[in-house]
Structure formats: C-alpha cells, structure tokens
Design a protein around this ligand. Structure first.
Ligand SMILES: *Cc1c(COP(=O)(O)O)cnc(C)c1O
Length: 361
C-alpha cells in the first residue's frame, strides 16, 4: 500500500487506531458474532455504543447537564431547515451571520420556512474574515441567531464566540467540533455532521440546551421534532448505527490522546507550522484568510497564478497528497488539518511546498 497524506476537507481522515479497531471488530463485535451494523439498534451491545458515544462527547466537550446530545441524520444540511421548523415562529425572524458559503446555505434553507435577516456579513470582502458580531444588535423579534464556527471553504474560524444576548444562539460546528472547547454559556444549540472531525458521514451530532428544545414547535411530524428525538434518546427510529459506532471509536481515541486540551494544542501546532510556511514564502504562497480570522482546521492559500496552482496540485497528487484542491466554488488550494491529520503529515506537506517553491520562483 502506498503512503498517502490525507488533507481532505470532508469526508476527512479518520485516526488510524480507529480504523484498525473497526477492522478488528468488523466480523464480530465483542462476543456477538456479528458486525455492529448487523445488530438490532434495540440490542444491548448497540445501546452500549450509543450511550457511551453520547457520554464521551459530553465528557470531552464538558457539556453541561442541562443540554441534550442527539444523533440525527440528514447531515448538517438538514439542520439548516430543521432548526427553523422547530424554533422559528411566523411572527419572528431568524438572524444569520454570513461568514461563508455554508452560512449562506443555512440562511437559504431556513428562509423556506420563515423570515430571516442578516445580522452581519463579510461577503463583500470575499469572506477573508469572520464578521464582527454584536449579538445585542439582533432585532427584538429574533427567534435565534445562527453562526458558523468554522468556515470550511474560506478557511476562517470564529476565534472567540460572541457574548450571548437575548436570542438563543445556534452554531454550525461541522468542521471544528471536537477540536476545541466550547463556551456553553454563549451557545444554546450546536450541530455538526460527523464526517470531518467526529467519524464518518451518516450521523449528525446535535448538542442543545434542554429548555430550547422544549420550546420547539408542537405542530411538526415527530421525525423532524427535536423534542421527539430527545424524548426517545435518538432511538425514535433506526439511528445510523455504523456511523454512531465510528463516532464512539473517535471519542475513545480523543480521550486516549489526552482529551480536548491535548487535541486543541495539537491543532494549533499543525496550523501554526503551515501558516508560518506560507508567511515565510516571500509571497509565493498567499493565505486567503486575514491573519486574525485564520482557521486551525482549513488552511486556504493561493499560488502566483492559476497555471502554477494546477501544476502544484498535480505534483502534490502524484506525491501522495489527497484533497489539496480548494473547494470547487473558490479554487486555489486548501489543506484541511482535522484531528486525524498527524503533525508529521503537515511537515511532509511543508517540505513539499518548499521544494515546489524553489523550483518555480
Ligand atoms: C461540510 C459542512 C456542512 C455540510 O454538511 P453535510 O453533512 O454535507 O450536510 C455544513 N456546514 C459546514 C460548516 C460544513 O463544513
């Protein structure tokens, strides 16, 4: 097998020990003689995985007792409208902070169910930074404020969560969940597809204040009611058992690595090294994000021209690097440094970038 350096933006890499554990258990999970995916979601072995995954997310992120953790389906994308259907009343507005393509999509999907408003946006400056956010400026009829903590496509990240004001705060954490601590006093509802930092595609993690969930609409089909999923411990219908299992293994791995502070420190170390290489390249590599908004998860950069970018991406692919192309909507290059990316892979990338630059400048 050839060595690859996986910098995919999503689905992204999964830690080696997690894949190995899944491989070991594939034909017989514990003493069952069956794969996890072959077990009833009502069976004791599956329930153990399900509740252990929830418990370990709670431990890792220090989630308070007055929050529920849910495992849903439909990706982060379904949350864009499901949050509106549960929490946006006809006489209210949902207030969006636009910090990239995903927040635009979130606003668009929510607007199918009610009124929305834009609280702040950095669209005019190509989303090079995260907007200044003052939540006390939200209109009085705001049902909730929606933020994106990490902008996967543009490579920017909320450095600090804004202080909560009157309205509940809902945060799309799809691309930085489990990479840093969350100040739960300033967040009421967080959601994330698992496939970037928390396992594989198929399960969407929701972490939400119970009082907010309880305030949700009663006029919904149970399958899209958070209350219903919370009441049934996310076993209202068949959960994505294989994906929940992978998330459980990822939380085992995070705990073994030393928990969230160790993971956050590793993330900073990787990002700092790569940004330093970009900044010290005499302008050959140019970061897209403003220095004060740089993401520790997705590092976006350009080369002097598009021909060089094409050549860079081709040579990188030949050398075993996966996923260094920027999102198809913006072009350029992007290295995603999710939790499963080892520091060594970043060193190999930096070395490759240095050599490429010396050959071409
Ligand atoms: C990837 C991503 C999404 C979309 O997730 P799906 O699971 O594909 O629906 C939404 N928001 C952010 C910030 C993302 O990075």
């Amino acid at each position: 097998m050839t060595t690859v350096y996986n910098f995919n933006a999503g689905p992204g890499p999964i830690p080696d020990p997690v894949l190995k554990q899944a491989q070991t258990e594939m034909f017989s999970f514990e003493q069952t003689g069956a794969a996890v995916m072959e077990l009833s979601h009502r069976s004791a072995p599956y329930e153990k995985i399900h509740f252990q995954a929830m418990k370990q997310i709670r431990t890792i992120l220090d989630v308070p007792d007055d929050f529920d953790i849910l495992f849903l389906q439909g990706g982060a994308t379904l949350q864009f409208s499901m949050t509106a259907q549960n929490f946006l009343r006809p006489e209210q507005r949902a207030a969006f902070v636009l910090s990239g393509s995903w927040s635009e999509k979130a606003e668009k999907e929510a607007s199918a169910f009610g009124s929305t408003t834009i609280l702040a946006s950095t669209k005019e400056s190509q989303y090079r930074s995260v907007p200044e956010i003052d939540l006390s400026s939200a209109p009085e009829d705001t049902a909730y404020v929606h933020l994106t903590s990490n902008n996967t496509i543009f490579g920017t990240q909320l450095q600090q969560f804004p202080k909560k004001a009157a309205a509940p705060v809902i945060v799309d954490m799809s691309s930085d969940i489990l990479s840093r601590r969350v100040p739960w006093s300033d967040v009421d509802f967080a959601y994330a597809g698992a496939q970037k930092n928390a396992g594989m595609a198929g399960v969407t993690i929701v972490i939400a204040r119970k009082s907010l969930l309880a305030s949700g609409s009663d006029a919904l089909p149970p399958s899209i009611s958070y209350k219903q999923h919370a009441d049934k411990d996310s076993l209202y219908h068949t959960p994505p058992t294989g994906a929940v299992y992978m998330t459980k293994l990822v939380t085992d791995w995070i705990l073994a690595e030393g928990g969230i502070d160790a993971i956050a420190e590793a993330a900073s170390k990787k990002a700092e090294a790569l940004y330093a290489a970009i900044d010290q390249s005499d302008g050959f590599y140019r970061g897209h994000a403003d220095a004060g908004s740089r993401s520790s998860m997705n590092v976006t950069f350009r080369l002097p021209d598009e021909d060089l970018e094409k050549q860079f991406l081709q040579e990188a692919a030949d050398a075993g690097f996966l996923g260094l192309n920027g999102h198809r909507s913006v072009g350029g290059c992007r290295a995603s440094l999710y939790n499963a990316v080892p520091f060594h892979h970043v060193e190999v990338l930096i070395d490759f970038m240095e050599k490429f630059r010396h050959r071409h400048s």
